[in-house]
Ligand binder design. Sequence first.
Ligand SMILES: *[C@@H]1O[C@H](CO)[C@@H](O)[C@H](O)[C@H]1NC(C)=O
Ligand SMILES: *[C@@H]1O[C@H](CO)[C@@H](O)[C@H](O)[C@H]1NC(C)=O
Length: 376
Amino acid sequence: MTTQIPKSLNCTLITLVLGAGVLMLMFIFLQHDSHNYCPPNPVQPLQEEIRKCLLESNGSSLSVAPPPQSEKPVLLLWFWPENYRFQFSDCKSLLNMEGCHLTDDRSVYPKADAVLIFHKAISWDLSNLPPSPRPPFQKWIWFHVESPTNTRRIPGLENLFNWTLSYRQDADISVRNRLTVKKSPGEEFVIPKKDKLVCWIVSNNNPSTGTGVRYKYYQELSKHIKVDLFGKVSGKFLRYEDYYSTIASCKFYLSFENSIHRDYITEKLNGPLAAGTVPVVLGPPRKNYEDFVPSDSFIHVDDFPNAQALANYLLQLDKDEEAYRKYFQWRNYLTAKPHLVLQQQEFILAICSACEHVGRHSEYKVAHEIYKWYFS
Ligand SMILES: *[C@@H]1O[C@H](CO)[C@@H](O)[C@H](O)[C@H]1NC(C)=O
Ligand SMILES: *[C@@H]1O[C@H](CO)[C@@H](O)[C@H](O)[C@H]1NC(C)=O
């Protein structure tokens, strides 16, 4: 992030210098082979084109989007979450979302219709928030997708934001992978070939982050049924390209959330649904899962008095093909789409969803007490 300010300063300086010498530059451009230089595009303002060209030629083209073509509102991404950068054009190409003009160029701040602010990147003294004065028409979006257990309560964020972006169903921008209605219903789903019984991909088992509950449950469960472990804990690393095929090869998949909160149902559920596997979930109560997926699409650990009873049930299903098949009936009319699995892609859906929202909403709104809401 620290490199962005110098970069935009740099650009301002460059633009100033160029502003003075625009005529001369035009002359130079006309003299040069247009393939080696970025030629001025007659449709776009010359200075914008030069700025873009300079940034690109400096090897930092990754996040530079073209200037707005139309009247689309501008959404400024203030911090890159965890520094996982992607091309803004991915919103259209990967998710078919293009409701706004996305940029990370802080120099557009005075004009931006909305600013997307990643909670985890805000400094404790708030000194890295956008500067005053804040344009009166501008919406600030609080961007946070961690559960309350893993949330720092940075003070002073009350009455600062207009919209919230979170996994919560009652957020202004609610982000999650959703099932969709099948275009051609009735088409029979073919269950992928299975050569493992229960699988779990897990990277973090630090009890202090709330993962202790799920690890204890796994330990108990694995006394009664074989569980194939993948990820950091097991020493069996999984390549990203093997994520879906590995899950697909298991009859059951442990969709254990790292902490238990209302609506906190993550891609750990979407993975097995998209791969064609029956998720065994540990998280908020069954009722909450049923807000998002059919009741017969998953098995909830709370359906059983203990891990041993669950293990017995899974072993029984393993022998009863017909009973196992019942967990796939919903697939005749609904589909789970695979989510993006690269670490670098973790925030694409959230950022593109914010962009869609900004494109559709302009009503006045204030988010008063963020924590009171979030921790409720
Ligand atoms: C170009 O890159 C160099 C080093 O990577 C950096 O110091 C400089 O600020 C960059 N210039 C622009 C215009 O981004
Ligand atoms: C955005 O929210 C702030 C306070 O949270 C408020 O002062 C401002 O008027 C709001 N602006 C819009 C455009 O909704």
